[in-house]
Design a protein around this ligand. Structure first.
Ligand code: KG4
Ligand code: ZN
Length: 338
């Protein structure tokens, strides 16, 4: 008999509900994006995000059940993101999941958002099994994690300052592109020369698995300001390509170093920045050269969605990791505690 998971995600600016069959088959993955609403403010406004989650959370759950052709009664358990993220946004999903779990008498599972991102790889790649190394790159996190088995996460290194996605968003904003900036830079970079402008690659010493993007951000801002002061026009495509290449070089080099140091032969990428075409191509190429196997999630599964939360919830249920109705939002939740 199949196990059906209902999952809810509301940690940032997407309200999403998904239904999974036996943890890996996505029957529904409904995403209500608030991106157009936040765009005019240049970033996510927490209060506005919470309000839209409240309006959308039950409709997305209803649509997911309809898409999957199931009733709430037929669901086996309910997974929900409880951190990290915006506290008001998380609270909406957590309250909805608790209400549904209580009303329908279903077990509840609190899921770590970044663990969900890593598990998105299981949905796109049916044959994938742990152990593997994952480069986790999103708007709030940049880290290298070994998933030793379905329940054991080992963080090998993370960023000291900005996350990779944050750097993309900040530079795009200065260049006049709307939030979120990653896709705009990605598209522009494809038309430019990645060697046109020399930008720094921080913490490049061998064996160092930490990241830092604040120096790169300052270098790009200085370049933009000094070019403007000279009265010259900004070579937008070359700037985007050179900035993106500086991020990609660091991410790829450190991922290869981490694979070597941890002895992992399989690497995956996770989080919103994993949708970046330049990054995907570079990781694929280097992995091939080093004799490593590379997996990536599909586009919809790279950025925030509830299907990845459902996948993680399914494996947590297998391990007997359930939450009770005292589950609360944890905006700064550490990895591996889900
Ligand atoms: O994982 P995600 O959807 O939300 C968080 O958990 O943070 O990641 C969002 C981040 C944003 O910073 C966005 O600019 C970035 O992912 N992003 C990209 C691309 N698509 C989304 N960055 C670079 N290239 C892309 N194609
Ligand atoms: Zn995310």
């Amino acid at each position: 008999m199949s196990i059906y998971t209902l999952a809810i995600e509301s940690s940032c600016d997407e309200t999403s509900a998904a239904i999974l069959q036996d943890g890996r088959k996505v029957l529904a993955n409904v995403i209500s994006s608030q991106v157009p609403i936040h765009r005019k403010f240049g970033g996510v406004v927490p209060e506005i995000a919470s309000r839209h989650h409240i309006e959308q959370v039950i409709p997305v759950v209803d649509k997911a059940l309809t898409d999957a052709g199931l009733t709430l009664d037929e669901i086996d358990h309910i997974g929900v993101t409880y951190g990290p993220g915006l506290v008001g946004a998380l609270l909406v999903g957590v309250a909805a999941a608790k209400g549904l779990a209580f009303a329908a008498n279903k077990p509840l599972i609190g899921v770590h958002h970044m663990e969900g991102h890593i598990f998105a790889n299981f949905l796109s790649n049916p044959s994938l099994e742990p152990p593997f190394l994952s480069l986790v790159v999103s708007g709030g996190h940049t880290m290298l994690v070994v998933l030793k088995d379905y329940e054991t996460f080992e963080v090998l290194g993370q960023t000291r300052d900005d996350a990779a996605g944050e750097a993309f968003d900040k530079i795009a904003r200065v260049m006049g592109y709307s939030y979120p900036g990653g896709p705009a830079i990605d598209a522009l970079a494809a038309k430019g020369n990645p060697q046109a402008i020399a930008f720094p690659r921080a913490l490049a010493e061998k064996g160092n698995l930490e990241f830092s993007f604040s120096g790169l951000k300052s270098a790009v801002l200085n370049y933009i300001n000094s070019t403007k002061m000279k009265g010259e026009s900004i070579p937008e495509a070359d700037l985007a390509a050179s900035f993106q290449q500086a991020i990609i070089d660091v991410l790829v080099d450190k991922t290869m170093e981490a694979a070597y140091m941890s002895g992992q032969k399989v690497i995956t990428v996770a989080g919103g920045v994993s949708a970046n075409q330049g990054l995907q191509k570079a990781l694929e190429k280097r992995a091939h050269k080093e004799g490593l196997i590379f997996y990536k999630p599909g586009k919809i599964l790279s950025t925030d969605n509830a299907a990845m939360i459902g996948c993680r919830a399914y494996y947590m249920a297998q391990a007997g990791k359930f939450s009770d109705l005292s589950l609360n939002a944890k905006p700064a939740l550490a990895l591996g505690l889900g």
